[in-house]
Design a protein around this ligand. Structure first.
Ligand code: G3H
Ligand code: 13P
Ligand code: ZN
Length: 315
């Protein structure tokens, strides 16, 4: 068993109206928790590492853990660079065996994003690696934000077609109202599904049939987990995420990859806080990290079943 790219995963997900979960990893307990969750649900998954995760754990260590667990479980996994800032980081990941990379040029102006993304695509494709890029800027949408100002950062559908045509990128992360972190909405949660549908239909009209769209900032920030953190000494106030039904709706549309990191962080924190509070005399890290790992597995199983719909996608 070896790492795979996300190409076939996305083809199947698009047709099956589900999405593949992309979980951020940066230590052994997360890797094991995610893999065990995927194995339990017979689901393909993407494990992704940010630049700071690479700095924290090292690409070789992350790759080694993922490969060891593929051998152990037989799960289909793509190993992906999340929010790659430059070609240099992309090269480090490709040289270390990653099968997928993201180049995030969303903060550059449009022409620069196109040029830099194209450079990454040319390099990665020559090495058999697929590329995700981002167009539009993710931001939290607040009820009192002027709609035009909010939409100014959303992905423009015509530009999306032009971007995909010019860069040859394999999947596109879009901005339709999601945002990173634990504080996504002050008022009611809103995603621009009309924009998602328009991007998809315009891509289709331009010859990009079943083109995979990626949703970043897609943690749901479960109030029960926040409550657990706060019950055991946490002080997380005003957190909110993307409702599960909205993510299900997106997965039934063109969204083939849903990114979640914050929910893993919160689940682990809740587990560790509870463990410390309940066993103040304990000091074996395997105790509280084992609890955290179980929380990750439980979370991943829930996501696969209720959010992504990718149960049995390994068949
Ligand atoms: O989108 C960003 C991910 O949540 C990774 O965050 O850079 O703190 O590892 P990080
Ligand atoms: P969350 O912060 O919503 O988990 O998003 C993670 C993400 O998009 C990683 O790229
Ligand atoms: Zn992201």
């Amino acid at each position: 068993m070896a790492l795979v790219t996300s190409k076939e995963m996305f083809e199947k997900a698009y047709k099956g109206k589900y999405a593949i979960g992309a979980f951020n990893i940066n230590n052994m307990e997360i890797v094991q928790g995610v893999m065990r969750g995927a194995k339990a649900k017979n689901s393909a998954i993407i494990m992704q590492c940010s630049k700071s995760a690479l700095n924290y754990a090292g690409p070789k260590c992350l790759l080694g853990m993922v490969e060891a667990l593929i051998d152990e479980t037989g799960v289909d996994v793509a190993l992906h660079l999340d929010h790659g800032p430059d070609l240099e980081t992309v090269k480090v990941c490709v040289e270390n065996g990653f099968t997928s990379v993201m180049f995030d040029g969303s903060h550059f102006d449009y022409e620069e994003n196109v040029a830099k993304t194209k450079e990454v695509v040319d390099y990665a494709h020559a090495h058999g690696v697929v590329v995700e890029a981002e167009l539009g800027k993710l931001a939290g949408v607040e009820d009192d934000v002027n709609v035009d100002a909010a939409h100014a950062t959303y992905t423009d559908p015509d530009q999306a077609v032009d971007f995909v045509s010019k860069t040859g990128v394999d999947s596109l992360a879009i901005a339709i109202g999601t945002s990173h972190g634990a504080y996504k909405f002050k008022g009611e949660a809103k995603l621009d599904f009309d924009r998602l549908a328009l991007i998809t239909s315009k891509l289709e009209d331009a010859g990009f049939k079943n083109y995979p769209i990626v949703l970043h900032g897609a943690s749901s920030v479960d109030p029960a987990v926040i409550e657990l953190c706060n019950k055991y000494g946490g002080q997380i106030k005003g957190a909110s995420g993307i409702p599960v039904e909205m993510l299900r709706k997106a997965a039934g549309m063109a969204v083939c990859k849903i990114n979640m990191d914050t929910d893993i962080r919160l689940a682990m924190t809740a587990g560790i806080r509870k463990s410390f509070a309940e066993k103040p005399d304990a000091f074996d890290p395997r105790g509280y990290l084992g609890v955290a790992r179980d929380m990750v597995q439980e979370l991943v199983e829930y996501k696969i079943e209720k959010v992504l719909g990718s149960v049995d996608s390994m068949k």
